[in-house]
Design a protein around this ligand. Structure first.
Ligand code: G4P
Length: 537
């Protein structure tokens, strides 16, 4: 065991403590891209608005392959946006808002230490937000809520806060409160810092006017926002104090309490308050559970896991970029690390780190950081890298897909290419592959219909293989769990339901239920078997 000099260890610990790795989640159009951009502006990582490209797929672009390619390009560029703010190194992990890529977002959530949820004040809690917050809650990820577009007419603040509590199941505490809204929007009272920010509606301005209000009862408030607004604000703040729990950092960090901010990302309003609070309360990298043990970031030895794989944009180079979240120790360039699943040492001569929208080769990275490694097909999502210890990080489950189709080979001479292509695309996490027990036929399961076109297009352009699809009526894929594989009940289940049984890519047994009803009936008939909608349980 090599003992490192104390000054070195000090530096290492500080590097960990100053990192904040988080994701912004929202329903498309709530303002995620706009907010990201404003955060980068504060960090000085970009100079002008409009620099961050939206990775959303424009409406009606479902069969436009150029659009898919363009989107892939952008999503490499915006996978990780890193910047520094007041000595804190912030890593924003991009999460696609488009529902067809929800699985990608779920996986990215395994690599974040906290999230900011953006909600559109007029639209309130939308479907994607609900799904994503559910995953965050399952993982006890600390959440800050940002209610955006306050410059527009929207829902009443209290109604919206109610909706957030009910639909998202959160326990919230407003740390800022709007003064008026839309046309009458005057500004924000910052409960966290006890001051009033006046809204000017001038998006070119970087920092709005801030007036310290030490006492809410003071006449000063009336002078600034007018009598009516001042009175309303006092009443509302009294209500806030009466209804909502006081902010408590410990509870926030445990995922039990969620602070709420109001603002307008487009007008750069309320963003600095959000960022200042974020850097002071959001958690640095946390310990992570592996199958073997809990691994702490301060541990000297490097460990990390792959949470995302991105194919190269250049079809002539079929290498890919595997995104690794560093959990412990330091990741160094040209040092051999153990690829645990393959039991093979690999070293990386050009690990990429991310800075705003640029990639650059780095010699050393710390826990909380993301490095992009060039990969020729060694990695799949969930793989662990270590300095030699056998560690397997848990917690990148597959969710039941929503769509299922048979995939057929359309060019008998290219069977090998087809299977290689399917294999690699599945490792990238584009979709899930199931093989039917009965006849070995292959079924592709996806979250959105768009993926079928992506797969077909990429198989042809990257692997030279052709495929066709055939519809298959499946409602949900359920991972099957039984305590006793030899029980009469389980054997009967296997015999009766043989037609609906398949293996996933890991060889786990899956029941492809053709309707909600049949799933219920099966569950009733075989009570000793549990049917899970995720691959890890
Ligand atoms: P997303 O990444 O969550 O999908 O949302 P994005 O930031 O792209 O924002 C969606 C739309 O909402 C954009 O308008 C953006 O300008 C607008 N927006 C974001 N924040 C605010 C805000 O605080 N107030 C108001 N009024 N609008 C806001 P767009 O017309 O769809 O796009 P663009 O043509 O402006 O780029």
């Amino acid at each position: 065991r090599v003992y490192l000099p104390i000054f070195f260890i000090m530096g290492f610990i500080e590097e960990i403590q100053r990192r904040r790795t988080f994701g912004i989640v929202s329903h498309p159009d709530a303002g995620k891209t706009t907010l990201t951009e404003k955060l980068l502006l504060f960090g000085g990582a970009i100079q002008e608005a409009g620099a961050v490209k939206s990775n959303k797929i424009k409406k009606g672009a479902t069969s436009d392959f150029m659009e898919i390619e363009r989107q892939r390009g952008i999503s490499v560029a915006t996978s990780v946006l890193a910047f520094e703010y007041e000595g804190i190194k912030i890593n924003i992990l991009d999460t696609p808002g488009h529902k067809d890529f929800a699985e990608d977002t779920f996986r990215t959530l395994t690599a974040v230490d906290s999230v900011i949820v953006v909600i559109d004040v007029a639209k309130g809690v939308e479907e994607q937000t609900e799904k994503l917050v559910k995953v965050c809650r399952m993982r006890q990820i600390p959440i800050i809520v940002f209610i955006n577009k306050m410059d527009r007419e929207g829902k009443d603040a209290f109604d919206l806060l109610d909706e957030i509590e009910q639909k998202l199941g959160l326990t919230i505490t407003p740390l800022s409160f709007p003064i008026g809204m839309g046309y009458d929007f005057k500004g924000i009272y910052n409960i966290w810092e006890k001051n009033v920010n006046l809204f000017t509606g001038d998006s070119r301005k970087d920092i709005e006017e801030t007036v310290e209000i030490s006492d809410l009862k003071s006449e000063q408030l009336n002078t600034i926002v007018g009598n009516t607004a001042a009175e309303t604000l006092r009443e509302e703040l009294e209500l806030v104090e009466g209804i909502y729990p006081k902010f408590n950092k410990e509870q926030y960090l445990n995922g039990e309490l969620q602070p709420v901010f109001f603002g307008s990302a487009l007008n750069n309003f309320g963003v600095r308050e959000l960022l200042d609070c974020f850097v002071s309360i959001a958690p640095p990298p946390k310990p992570k559970q592996s199958e073997e043990r809990l691994v702490k970031p301060e541990e000297e030895k490097f460990t990390g896991f792959v949470f995302k794989i991105h194919a190269n944009m250049d079809p002539n180079h079929r290498d890919r970029l595997a995104f690794i979240k560093i959990v412990s120790g330091e990741f160094k360039r040209n040092v051999p690390y153990l690829h645990v699943r393959h039991n093979k040492k690999l070293k990386f001569s050009s690990p990429n780190a991310f800075f705003a929208e640029k990639k650059q080769i780095v010699d050393i990275s710390y826990p909380g950081d993301i490095v992009g490694l060039h990969d020729t097909g060694n990695f799949k999502i969930g793989d662990t890298l270590t300095e030699g210890e056998i560690i397997n990080y848990k917690g990148i489950p597959s969710f039941s897909p929503e769509h299922f189709r048979y995939i057929n080979n359309a060019d008998p001479l290219k069977a090998k290419q087809l299977y290689k292509g399917i294999d690699q695309l599945m490792d990238e996490g584009v979709a899930q592959l199931f093989t039917l027990d009965l006849n070995g036929r292959k079924v592709i399961g996806t979250v959105g219909a768009l993926q079928y076109e992506v797969i077909q297009y990429r198989l042809e352009h990257e692997y030279g293989a052709k495929c066709t699809y055939e519809n298959l009526n499946v409602h949900k894929a359920c991972w099957v769990e039984t305590k006793d594989k030899k029980s009469a009940e389980f054997l009967e289940f296997k015999r009766v339901k043989q037609r609906f049984l398949a293996k996933d890519k890991q060889g786990q047994m899956v029941f492809l239920a053709d309707s909600h009803f049949s799933l219920q009936m099966t569950q009733q008939k075989y009570p000793s078997i549990t049917f899970h909608l995720t691959s890890e349980f």
